[in-house]
Design a protein around this ligand. Sequence first.
Ligand SMILES: [Fe+2]
Ligand SMILES: [Fe+2]
Length: 148
Amino acid sequence: MSIKEGQIWKLARPLLEKGLNKDFVLHAQGVLAAVKLIAKEEGGDLEILIPAAILHDVGWAKVPNDNQKTKDTEKRAEGEKLHLIFGAELAGDIMQKLDYSDKAAKEVAKIIKSHMDTEPNDKNTKILIDADALSDVFRDNFYAESKA
Ligand SMILES: [Fe+2]
Ligand SMILES: [Fe+2]
């Protein structure tokens, strides 16, 4: 793990722990593992994709509880929308705190804002969306490791 990756985790972890619907730390670990594998095959930019993977769901930290733990589909959809907006803001701030360039901070924020798009138009966003969908497969590996 690079020094920067460790620093991102340090700032992301307390935010990820506030999401109510799953273990978002474990989820982000799975997305990160998937991003690294997919980027190797498809040539995505890991300088951008590593922070994007770790930070993509930090926005849940600021979504009201009623928009997370609910069976009401409208409230839930509002929560999904909010996690994209809050996540982009929080991630942009974290990137700046860690001395990434403005360009990198903006790109990560944009990817996070778009990570539920059905037709993403850039390669890094596509890779993050695929990794997000695949993360449950990897999550099982992490559970196995943490139990061993
Ligand atoms: Fe998400
Ligand atoms: Fe996710």
